[in-house]
Design a protein around this ligand. Sequence first.
Ligand SMILES: CC(C)=CCC/C(C)=C/CC/C(C)=C/CC/C(C)=C/CC/C(C)=C/CC/C(C)=C/CC/C(C)=C/COP(=O)(O)OP(=O)(O)O
Ligand SMILES: O=P(O)(O)OC[C@@H](O)CO
Ligand SMILES: [Mg+2]
Length: 226
Amino acid sequence: MEFTKWRHVFKLDPNKSIDDASLEALIHSGTDAFLIGGTDGVDAENTYRLYERLAGCGVPLALEMSHPDQTVRGFQHYFIPTVLNAGSVDWVIGHQARAFESYGHWFDATCVTGQGYIVLNPEAKVAVVTEAKTSLSLEQVVAYAETGRYVFRLPSLYLEYSGTFGSPDVVKEVRLALPDTHLFYGGGIDGAETARLMASYVDTIVVGNVIYENLDGALATVAALR
Ligand SMILES: CC(C)=CCC/C(C)=C/CC/C(C)=C/CC/C(C)=C/CC/C(C)=C/CC/C(C)=C/CC/C(C)=C/COP(=O)(O)OP(=O)(O)O
Ligand SMILES: O=P(O)(O)OC[C@@H](O)CO
Ligand SMILES: [Mg+2]
């Protein structure tokens, strides 16, 4: 699974419902992959149910693990997030270490990638759950990104504005500071314009919420990159 080639992914939340027709449209949209992930209300059952609806669809499936119950086999790739600017160390390394304690025997480095999250929307559920320090200057965001890259040697960083459109200036500065790091951006991409803008700065744009609010807008985010 070469996530480094992905330019556009749809993020599907196991805790949200989506009808078959919409899922079919996403499958045929031309997106590079489906990233399954959510902050709350995710468990093995709803993760597997969503996996089953997508298995064999021809689009790569990756699981972004945010709960120990989510060790569901069958995905082509797994991301284990760490929230670099979390207010509690549990979300930086605590939950992950406990998960390895329980499930590490399943670990297969060829299909699991660490993902350094920097959460920047204080309203986002993930910010509340992880007590993220979101009041950061541009220099502080860059500093977190550089720490993720140079101290923790994370193979990917994720600028997370989940639920709102983020600051292009911040994203651009992180890109300039870390030209060789795989950057994901997610947050408020709702159509062609926002998709193109953020795709000009990062390697992979992640489109989530708009799927459940305006399917045409979601599909336009793929067409915009063609
Ligand atoms: C099966 C297999 C290959 C296993 C390998 C072996 C192994 C190592 C297994 C253990 C792996 C495991 C289970 C790790 C998870 C451990 C854990 C709990 C880590 C903490 C993860 C973390 C930092 C979560 C923070 C929240 C987060 C990043 C959430 C997902 C992304 C996101 C913000 C989604 C957007 O949706 P949502 O936030 O839900 O927003 P709305 O619903 O409001 O739109
Ligand atoms: O839901 P949106 O705002 O598109 O954000 C996508 C993704 O970054 C959420 O983790
Ligand atoms: Mg959710």
